[in-house]
Design a protein around this ligand. Structure first.
Ligand SMILES: [Fe+2]
Ligand SMILES: [Fe+2]
Length: 214
């Protein structure tokens, strides 16, 4: 299979990385959806090459919840994910030796910290938090008002479609999530030139794409 999301394949998380329920609501299907939204938002928020630390952002999206011990608030899971990044990611994926793993770990550690406790939020953390927030639809807790970026608010409908297509927890893999997202052109556009503007979105295709994801 190849498609517009194919270049996210190297970032897909392995289920063995997750300490708790790898196919659960905070497992690989969730972090893969967050990876997809982080990549989409990065291209919409920072289309100029180098304007965002994309590789670090995408790795953080893929692994931000690997340190979870349960599906509750699980205070400290961001820091546990960060510790895993520092200790294990370079061996698990040698390609990550080319990225700043310290920054990946930092993003993981801060993703669970409330905004008001963060002095100065990096663009990467802002995108990670909204990408994570978009997948709150899986627990019926997606409030668009709580999303920080306008670009994220425009992805709410697409996030809900992708989640509906991939919420078979226990059965759905990271690969399956990526496959479901392929072709969902109005919500997942990794080419900024093709990204819909608020006034000229590709609404003519929306019906087909919605059907594909449902
Ligand atoms: Fe988390
Ligand atoms: Fe998460």
């Amino acid at each position: 299979m190849s498609g517009p999301l194919d270049r996210l394949r190297p970032h897909l998380p392995d289920e063995v990385w997750f300490r708790f329920n790898p196919r659960g609501i905070h497992g690989a299907p969730h972090t893969t959806r967050v990876l997809i939204w982080a990549a989409t938002l990065a291209e919409r928020v920072a289309p100029v090459p180098g304007a965002i630390r994309r590789d670090e952002l995408l790795w953080a999206a893929a692994v931000h919840d690997v340190g979870r011990l349960d599906d509750g608030v699980d205070r400290g899971h961001g820091e546990r994910s960060a510790a895993w990044v520092r200790a294990a990611l370079a061996d698990a994926r040698p390609a990550t030796r080319a990225v700043d793993l310290g920054f990946v770990a930092e993003l993981c550690a801060w993703h669970e910290v409330p905004d008001h406790k963060i002095g100065r939020m990096s663009l990467e953390l802002l995108v990670l938090k909204d990408a994570d927030g978009l997948d709150r639809c899986r627990i019926s807790d997606l409030d668009p008002e709580r999303l920080r970026l306008q670009q994220a608010r425009r992805l709410v409908a697409a996030a809900e479609r992708l989640e509906r297509a991939t919420n078979g927890y226990g059965m759905v893999t990271a690969e399956a999530v990526l496959a479901a997202a392929e072709g969902n052109g109005d919500g997942v556009v990794l080419d900024p030139a093709a990204a819909p503007s608020p006034h000229h979105g590709p609404s003519g295709h929306r019906g087909d794409q919605t059907a594909q994801l449902r």
